[in-house]
Ligand binder design. Sequence first.
Ligand code: ZN
Length: 221
Amino acid sequence: MKNIIFIAPPAAGKGTQSALLEEKRGYLHLSTGDLLRAEIKKGTELGKEIDKIISKGELVSDEIITELLKNELKSIKDKQFILDGYPRNINQAKTLDNIFAELNIDNYVAIYLNITEEEAMKRVLGRIVCSTCGASYNKYFQELKPKKDGICNKCGSELVERKDDNEETFKIRFKTYLDVTNPLLDYYKERNKLEVVESSNDYEQTYNCIEEILKSEDVDN
Ligand SMILES: [Zn+2]
């Protein structure tokens, strides 16, 4: 099965699909945030440096992230992986190409989870969470609605809306993501490595599409 570079707009279901691939296919989920946190926890010199940078509220450099990613990919060698949140731009994509070349990794595909803005917005703005146990629901989807309006199925507590997103900020976040990501999609398309999966449908359908892609042979092989 192929390694995966996941590219997906907000609320396209990347987290859900990653979890399914981990569970059903034994994929390793690699996110740069996790790698940074793991390095800090190890207490290495580099970890201490990263801790300082993050504490100051600054961004960790591409060099450091590249280093961590390369080491991680070396150490997991034969396992299939999902890259989540990297690359974010063309420069990082080129760096990743170099890492892959160095480690002889050619069996990969960039998967773009395609979702309409309307659908993504319903997923985000319809989200309601339990004030006590944190279980989450969605008032716009029949299968995600609580059994009783405004009440948690699991513990009976009150459900509240999440306040971090409103329509306006979501639209900006969504558009910004597309603007930043489009060049990246072109990059992988030119290299015959891009697959677009429709993600507006239910998650099982999306997962099946992804599995088909992972099993298929490369177009250029
Ligand atoms: Zn609850």
